[in-house]
Design a protein around this ligand. Structure first.
Ligand SMILES: N[C@@H](CCC(=O)N[C@@H](CS)C(=O)NCC(=O)O)C(=O)O
Length: 231
């Protein structure tokens, strides 16, 4: 059931607060991956949030293949690749590994693309309860497949994990099982300049759809565009 916009926005920011605004700041960065990382995940999954927060903190660009419950495309791919239908699932062609288990994925990312060990806030015992609370506040949005047309090319989303507005866009991308390149914009990320150059403003979420040539700011516009174009 759609929530009134004010409640939608308020609960989305509340979910970010439940996670102590995880995925806002950059961590010290290590080498950049030469080849694109691929993450199979879905928005309402508390374990997947752990990986998305790490991706934002490490200033990574990742191809997201959403796997909502009932999803038709990417769930089967994970089963075929790894043997289990469990999320998150990371494919890292740079290191030649494919991984289940959110803690293992986060440790892998910090080892290769950060400066060593993963922060306690992501791998310590407080993470999971707070992430489950964040998912509950959003009533599990982004978890259930809602049926959609598949785009030929992945969409591109600029945004950060801590942003309540960016979450609203991610939830719909997840529900519609639309693959997208997530270009993260933690505070201090150089991608803020990229967004400004592309759209004229340093603001996220910013969606670019190479299939139609559409590009837009404003979570409400993005949600409406995605539902109309692909829903
Ligand atoms: N220990 C795993 C737990 C992962 C997990 O239980 N993920 C759930 C989603 S939140 C899952 O894959 N459920 C099966 C499904 O959605 O079909 C981790 O940290 O990654």
């Amino acid at each position: 059931m759609p929530l009134p916009r004010t409640l939608d926005v308020a609960t989305s920011w509340l979910a970010s607060l439940a996670r102590f605004l995880g995925g806002l700041h950059l961590s010290p960065l290590g080498p950049r991956p030469a080849q694109q990382l691929i993450l199979y995940e879905f928005e309402g999954c508390p374990f997947c949030r752990r990986v998305r927060e790490a991706i934002t903190a490490l200033d990574l660009e990742v191809l997201i293949r959403p796997c909502p419950k009932g999803g038709q495309r990417f769930r089967a791919e994970v089963k075929a690749r790894g043997g289990k239908t469990m999320f998150p699932y990371l494919v890292d062609p740079n290191q030649g590994v494919e991984l289940y288990e959110s803690v293992d994925i986060v440790r892998h990312l910090y080892k290769h693309y950060g400066t060593g060990s993963a922060p306690w806030g992501l791998v310590g015992p407080l993470f999971l309860p707070s992430s489950m609370l964040a998912s509950a506040i959003r009533l599990g949005r982004g978890s259930r497949y809602q049926g959609a047309r598949s785009p030929a090319e992945p969409l591109v989303l600029y945004g950060l994990e801590a942003s309540g507005y960016t979450r609203l866009a991610r939830e719909v991308l997840s529900e519609l099982e639309l693959p997208y390149v997530l270009r993260t914009t933690a505070t201090g990320s150089s991608r803020w300049r990229e967004v400004k150059k592309l759209g004229g403003q340093a603001m996220v979420p910013y969606l670019v759809d190479p299939n139609t040539g559409a590009a837009m700011y404003e979570s409400a516009d993005i949600v409406a565009y995605l539902r109309t174009t692909y829903g």
